[in-house]
Structures are given as structure tokens and as C-alpha cells.
Design a protein around this ligand. Structure first.
Ligand SMILES: [Zn+2]
Length: 467
């Protein structure tokens, strides 16, 4: 009788286990075991670093519309074709085609103490060029957009020097970046409103060195487009000292950038179709384009290879997803967001539902966790659900908190799923972000593969239990 009871109890257990009662209960030993397998696979057999090394070598400086960007599309499509996915395809999108042209020149001219003093600068992305012979004018230093508004007409005919540094006291470098980047994005438009003829902006950088950091600037349709460059933090400090010592500091700037006709480019997409709820999509992605001066290793080659590794790991571990898992390598995050916008537009047209979208666009450093956001009507419920898995993730030093997700996936918010940003350690990211220093030697293979494992683990839990 006793033996029969055990058989009966075991049978009941297995029946319950397959029903929602148990299936909803996360944090099982089985899940912990599978996550351990994900980490073991990623760390010992992952291809992410090799792919990233090859991407940086074959398609460096893959700014939208460039031959390098086209090479990146083709190379990553070829990789995806080898991953055993159900479908791999290119999704067309029209992208802007901005080119830097010949190297910029910038120097202080006619300083009584320094004579001519060259400065390390880079034209800002999407900016217009100076006149062919360059331009020369006195500079006026400001620490904020508001200061320009207050100065008003006093900036007319001058070069406005935005010089507010990233706040070094903030532990989150992303917050510090967010607190300084308005000068680069909006500074030229605001300065132009009052007749400034050019802008030089202190690089949005967390370190002191000679490398200028480029990045997009956004003009205002109502004001003239004026040339804009970023100057290295060391040179910004030199300018600051000179402005204290001398009554007038004059700068010469010559840039050669231009915007050509838009080009057809692509998002690169691969997916594994869900077995039970294929209509529910879980996206993992990064952006394929990168600024022309670097190799796009951390920003955002890392995010692209993370995303491909996620699907590859699950496939090779024999995991059969309930939902559709889709890897999307977006084009044109840096200077237009054409890929992310077009992806969301087509997704909405097809009435798709993204249960969750995870973007990796913060580098390939040691994982720290995830930030989540959603429409306010669904956020609390989804947050409650995702934090059920905190104990499983904390074992790998991963935390889940509220915060920004990613630019490319942000247009998907209206589908009422959860948007998730992968968050690696950020202390070195803004040393190299948007510079010639964003190269493969700055990426540690083990850290990169830990990132892929972290994202794979969360995606697995979302797929298994829903949100
Ligand atoms: Zn990026």
C-alpha cells in the first residue's frame, strides 16, 4: 500500500509540475542547473569574442551608409546563417550618410603666450563643415545651455565653447554622461539661435587624455546649422587656463564633413520560432553601426555579438523555446535611429507583440545586471514578475532595477511589453566611448562572455515563465 502511495504521489507531482501551478513557480533547482549550463557553455565554448574581433577587423568605423556598415551587415548575416536558427533575414531601412572627410584642423591663433596652439578635435556626427578656408573667431566659454540663453546676443559672431565636464562624483557614469551630453546634442542649435558661428564642446569623457569623443549633434530646423567639434579633455583644460590668462582667445577651425544622399541599409535579424506561443516575441539586440573613428568594439559590436551568442548558446544547449526568440542587429542608432524606428513601424503593422526586448548597448564589461522600463500601466506588474528571479540572478552578481533600456528598442514601448537594458560595469566605458580608442584590445574575452551568459539566463527565464 505504501509503495502504491509513493507511485501515486510521484504521479501527482509530475502532473502538477506540468500544469501552471508549478510551471509558474520559478527558482527551481532545475532552472539553477540550466543557468549554470548557460554560463559554462558561454565561458568555455562561446564565439562572441572571435566574432567581435573579426567584426572590428572587417568592418571598422561602420558609420551608417558607409562601405564598412554594408560589410558589417553582410558579415553578421553570414554568422547568423551558421547558428542553426529558423530564419535569418535583412530588413531594409533608409539611413543618413554622413562623412567626416579630411582630418579636422583646430588651433588657438595669435596667443601672446602660446602663439599658435593646435587642439585635438573631431567634428560632431551630422554636423556641417566650416567654409572651405576654415573660420577664425574669438571663443566664449559657457558651462550650460542656459548660460547661452542668458548671454543671448553676446555670443553673436563667436565660437561657443561648452566646457561642463562629466560629474566625477557620480558612481554611475551613465548618469554623469546624461548630465553632460546635452551640450553636445543641443549646444550647436542653441548657440546658433543667438548668432554663434561655431561650437567647440568638451568631450563627454570620464577621463583626461588627448582623444576627442565624437557623437551626434541635433540641429534645430529654425536656426542655421553651424559647424561643431568636440575637443579632448586635456585640450579643454588648456583652453580653460588660457581663457583665464588672456583677454581674448581666438580659434581657427576647419572641418570637411558632409551629409550625402540617404542610403539603403539593413537591420540584420535571426530568430528561433517558439513552440507554444510563437506570437509572443522576446527580442535581444544591439546596434551594428559605430562611429567612424574607432572600431566599434564596445559600442556596440559587443552588444551585437552578445545578442548572437544568446541564441547560439540556447540552440547548442538543445533548448526549445516556448516563445519566439529574435536577435536584431539594428542599423543607425548613433545618428538617426532609422533601424529601430523602421523595426518598430513594421512590427506594429504586423500587430506583433514583444513580451520583452533586451538591448545590450553599454559595452562588453563585467555584467552587473539589468534596468527595466515599460508603460506605467503595466510596469509594476512586470517588475514584480521579473524580480521573482532575483535569487537565481544574484548568484551571478546580477541585479534588476528600474531605469532606461536602450535607444533601438524604445519605440517598442507602446506594445506594452517590458524593455530591458543590459548593464555591465560602467567605469571604463566613457573613457573610450565614441573615440579612436574603442578597439578590440579594450575588450576582455571572459567579461564579454559573462555578459552573453547573463543576458541568455534572463531571456531563458522570461521564455520559460512569461512576464
Ligand atoms: Zn551605442
Amino acid at each position: 500500500l505504501r509503495k502504491n502511495f509513493y507511485i501515486f504521489a510521484t504521479a501527482v507531482f509530475f502532473i502538477l509540475k506540468t500544469t501552471t501551478v508549478f510551471a509558474q513557480a520559478p527558482s527551481t533547482d532545475e532552472d539553477a542547473f540550466f543557468i549554470k549550463n548557460i554560463y559554462s557553455y558561454s565561458l568555455t565554448q562561446g564565439n562572441a569574442y572571435t566574432w567581435l574581433r573579426d567584426l572590428c577587423a572587417r568592418a571598422p568605423g561602420r558609420v551608417s551608409g558607409s562601405a564598412e556598415a554594408a560589410a558589417a551587415v553582410e558579415f553578421t548575416r553570414q554568422i547568423m546563417d551558421t547558428l542553426g536558427l529558423d530564419t535569418v533575414y535583412l530588413q531594409p531601412c533608409m539611413v543618413p550618410h554622413w562623412v567626416r572627410g579630411a582630418k579636422e584642423q583646430c588651433k588657438v591663433v595669435g596667443s601672446p603666450t602660446q602663439g599658435d596652439m593646435p587642439l585635438n578635435v573631431l567634428a560632431l556626427g551630422n554636423s556641417v563643415a566650416t567654409p572651405e578656408g576654415g573660420l577664425t573667431a574669438p571663443i566664449i566659454m559657457v558651462m550650460s545651455l542656459e548660460e547661452v540663453e542668458k548671454l543671448g546676443e553676446k555670443v553673436r559672431g563667436k565660437i561657443v565653447f561648452f566646457n561642463r565636464p562629466m560629474d566625477g562624483t557620480q558612481v554611475s557614469t551613465f548618469s554623469a554622461y546624461g548630465g553632460a551630453v546635452d551640450q553636445r546634442v543641443k549646444g550647436p542649435a542653441v548657440a546658433a539661435k543667438y548668432g554663434a558661428i561655431a561650437v567647440i564642446v568638451r568631450s563627454v569623457s570620464s577621463t583626461k587624455d588627448d582623444f576627442p569623443h565624437t557623437g551626434v549633434t541635433v540641429y534645430d530646423d529654425k536656426t542655421p546649422k553651424i559647424p561643431a567639434v568636440a575637443v579632448s579633455t586635456n585640450d579643454a583644460d588648456k583652453l580653460t587656463l588660457l581663457l583665464k590668462a588672456e583677454k581674448e582667445v581666438r580659434l581657427f577651425i576647419k572641418t570637411n564633413c558632409k551629409t550625402l544622399a540617404p542610403v539603403q541599409s539593413y537591420n540584420v535579424i535571426g530568430e528561433i520560432r517558439g513552440k507554444k506561443q510563437p506570437q509572443e516575441i522576446i527580442l535581444v539586440g544591439g546596434h551594428l553601426d559605430a562611429w567612424d573613428v574607432g572600431k566599434g568594439a564596445h559600442d556596440d559590436g559587443a552588444g551585437c555579438v552578445h545578442s548572437m551568442q544568446v541564441l547560439h548558446t540556447l540552440h547548442n544547449l538543445g533548448y526549445k523555446p516556448n516563445r519566439t526568440l529574435r536577435c536584431v542587429l539594428f542599423m543607425n542608432e548613433e545618428n538617426g535611429l532609422a533601424g529601430g524606428t523602421e523595426y518598430a513601424r513594421l512590427s506594429n503593422l504586423r500587430n506583433e507583440y514583444h513580451l520583452a526586448a533586451i538591448e545590450s548597448d553599454a559595452g562588453g564589461f563585467t555584467p552587473r545586471g539589468f534596468q527595466t522600463e515599460a508603460e506605467s500601466s503595466v510596469f509594476i506588474d512586470k517588475m514584480k514578475k521579473i524580480t521573482r528571479w532575483s535569487p537565481l540572478l544574484e548568484a551571478y552578481d546580477l541585479t534588476i532595477s528600474k531605469g532606461g533600456s536602450g535607444a533601438d528598442i524604445s519605440p517598442l514601448k507602446s506594445q506594452l511589453g517590458l524593455l530591458i537594458g543590459f548593464r555591465p560595469d560602467s567605469q571604463r566605458y566613457f573613457d573610450i566611448h565614441h573615440t579612436a580608442e574603442d578597439t578590440i584590445d579594450k575588450v576582455n574575452p571572459r567579461e564579454l562572455h559573462l555578459g552573453a551568459a547573463a543576458i541568455t539566463s534572463l531571456l531563458f527565464l522570461i521564455d520559460k515563465y512569461g512576464l
